[in-house]
Design a protein around this ligand. Structure first.
Ligand SMILES: Nc1ncnc2c1ncn2[C@@H]1O[C@H](COP(=O)(O)OP(=O)(O)OP(=O)(O)O)[C@@H](O)[C@H]1O
Length: 622
């Protein structure tokens, strides 16, 4: 059985699947496009460094075969000085190369981080309801850290090592072809362990990444204010800690595995590399004895051989981590490929109405809807869950009027608001704003026209003023003040230690439920939307708070088209039309008085008597 954690770890639907291959590499190359200029410089410096590393053995060879053999003191001094100058030049080059390399890597990470964030913003709400926050954060933090590693160590390392091997072998052939062939024969022995290691490494790296992202997700869920509140209230500390230990243990294991996986390969490589010098000195010594080669050449060869095996063995590692490295990019690319469920049109339908203030209505034209299922995410076919949440919803929210949605829990009211805000697109039918489906408007146009006030008010960890200004940062101080007055927040602002500059939100000053709702109302008033989608809070408030909200809402409703999920008697009484939703359909419609008069035994009458019976508290939630 899958543990609950596996089920909750929902980004797993992007199965890590097959090994990343040429496609990932090609795409990576395309991603590097803006950085290619600098990248070529890095590669140029790297190549220069490799060439410089080939020079000292040649100098040693000249010292032995020329300066010492012919007792040439000046030449000896000159060559010895070169033995200092060349490595020094190489060291300087390495510094420049490392610096540039980091600049390029960080530039790429910056681009990817931005692309990931912007794509995450564009993903539909369905993505967020199905994905744990920690998972998303893990993509943006852990995976990008891995990118740095891959770019600076793996890719650059790979280039250095390949170049070193090619140039060293070339030089060796130039010096003595027969000896070079010996060196060449030893190299293929590296290929087999390298290939075996590659596959294992890929598996372990993806496992390690996944374990880490599960751990992060657990942290994010249980160590936030809301999470820890649930944990504390249900006394599940021990259970969550056990879960944490289990996940942490997986991380420990996979990390150890990851660091161990290349070790045995190193062992094989070390043993193999011991054969090289033995063969070289044996056969090379014979060539010197038989005057077929000079001593200096053999010594230079020995040095080259050392230089050859080192990159060959790390190339084995680089090659294998290359697959793992590509896996990191693969995960990132898969995230970037997640389908956006509500795509924006290239050209927007015009902003409705003759003036930006003119009232405008919204029409639901035979709309049916089911929530997107996980299966639809990575594939092209649009698999919706078979269960219809809305069926043939047809109504007009006329300009400047208040439409109230009522109905039992789970009837589909919030879903209607979500479609009206274009958080989702309907499966059938369309939602029309001034004769155009919502999908024909660009998001900025839509957000200027339509504002949403949800039940749950989220405040950012910043000042009260910034929270109110969130939708319109450019609003004048006077407009902000007016919104505050209209939302009945004046007294609250006065009473706060630093007034509007008081920090609120998760870690700031805690506002009460009613106060938060009024902040949300102030936000909406300031935005001055022509269409307001409101989910009235269900929480019971004392009569004072209730009256303040009521007054704030009256101001908010004025002159706007409003669709409200109504939980308050005053809202349903004020409504120009009430739509009664039941099991995803509109089952009754009319004003409060019409509904009570014409259908005294209908669902509305029943709900009304249950919720708003004069004997009962006015705003009890259903
Ligand atoms: N993101 C989602 N994914 C899948 N199904 C969902 C999602 N949100 C809601 N549903 C389902 O859709 C149906 C309608 O839910 P909706 O939230 O619209 O009802 P509601 O009338 O607003 O209920 P309430 O008054 O309790 O908020 C419910 O059966 C619910 O389980």
């Amino acid at each position: 059985m899958h543990s609950i954690w596996e089920q909750r770890h929902s980004l797993d639907y992007m199965k890590d699947g097959e090994k990343p291959g040429l496609e990932t590499a090609k795409r990576l190359w395309r991603t590097l496009r803006p950085h290619r200029g600098k990248l070529y410089i890095v590669l140029g410096l790297t190549a220069l460094g490799v060439i410089l590393s080939l020079i000292p053995p040649l100098i040693i060879r000249a010292i032995i075969d020329q300066a010492l053999a012919h007792h040439h003191l000046h030449l000896l001094i000159g060559l010895a000085s070169l033995l200092v100058i060349v490595p020094a030049a190489r060291a300087i080059l390495t510094v420049a190369q490392n610096y540039l390399n980091t600049v390029v890597a960080q530039g790429i990470i910056f681009d990817l981080r931005t692309a990931l964030y912007e794509h995450a913003q564009d993903l539909g709400l369905d993505f967020y309801t199905q994905t744990m926050a920690g998972d998303i954060h893990s993509r943006l933090i852990n995976d990008l850290n891995a990118v740095q590693r891959v770019l600076s160590r793996t890719l650059n390392g790979l280039f250095i090592n390949v170049l070193t091997i090619v140039l060293t072998l070339g030089t060796m052939f130039y010096l003595n072809a027969r000896l070079a062939i010996i060196a060449l024969f030893i190299l293929p022995a590296f290929a087999w362990p390298v290939m075996a290691y590659g596959q294992k490494s890929y598996r372990v790296i993806t496992k390690a990444q996944r374990a880490l992202s599960q751990l992060t997700a657990h942290l994010e869920e249980t160590l936030t204010l809301s999470g820890i509140l649930v944990v504390k209230s249900f006394g599940t500390k021990e259970r969550e800690a056990t879960q944490f230990r289990t996940l942490s243990d997986v991380v420990r294991h996979t990390q150890i595995q990851q660091s161990l996986v290349g070790q045995w390969l190193g062992l094989v490589v070390q043993i193999l590399s011991a054969f090289g010098p033995a063969l070289l000195y044996g056969y090379g010594g014979y060539l010197v004895l038989t005057h077929q080669a000079e001593l200096g050449t053999i010594v230079a060869f020995a040095t080259y051989l050392g230089q050859l095996f080192a990159p060959a063995s790390s190339l084995a590692g680089a090659n294998t981590t290359l697959i793992g490295g590509l896996a990191v990019f693969d995960r990132i690319f898969r995230f970037l490929d997640l389908k956006i469920s509500v795509p924006e049109p290239l050209v927007s339908a015009p902003e409705p109405g003759p003036t930006p203030q003119s009232p405008v209505g919204l029409i639901f034209d035979h709309v049916s809807f089911s929530y997107p299922s996980l299966a639809s995410r990575s594939s092209d076919f649009d698999a919706r869950s078979p269960e219809r949440v809305l069926r043939d919803i047809h109504f007009e929210a006329p300009a400047g009027q208040l439409t109230a949605l009522v109905g039992p829990s789970g009837a589909g009211k919030s879903t209607i608001l979500a479609l009206a805000a274009r958080f989702y697109d309907p499966d059938e039918g369309q939602v029309l704003l001034a004769h155009h489906p919502l999908s024909q408007y660009r998001e900025d146009v839509l957000r200027r026209v339509i504002a949403v006030v949800t039940q749950e008010v989220f405040l950012f960890h910043t000042t009260l003023e910034d929270n109110i200004r969130y939708g319109l940062p450019t609003a004048s101080a006077r407009d902000v003040q007016e919104a505050i007055e209209a939302a009945q927040l004046g007294d609250l602002v006065q009473s706060l230690p630093q007034g509007l500059k008081t920090i609120v939100g998760e870690r700031g000053y805690r506002l009460s439920g009613g106060e938060k709702q009024r902040v949300a109302i102030a936000r909406a008033i300031l935005r001055n939307p022509r269409i307001l989608l409101l989910d009235e809070a269900t929480s019971s408030l004392d009569s004072h708070a209730e009256r303040l909200i009521g007054e704030a809402l009256i101001r908010l409703f004025q002159g706007r088209t409003v669709i409200a999920i109504a939980h308050r008697l005053s809202t349903i009484l004020a409504a120009d039309q009430i739509l009664v939703i039941h099991q995803g359909q509109i089952v009754e419609r009319g004003t409060h008085h019409e509904l009570l008069a014409h259908r005294p035994r209908g669902l509305y009458a029943q709900l009304y008597h249950e919720q708003f019976d004069p004997q009962m508290p006015v705003n009890t939630a259903p």
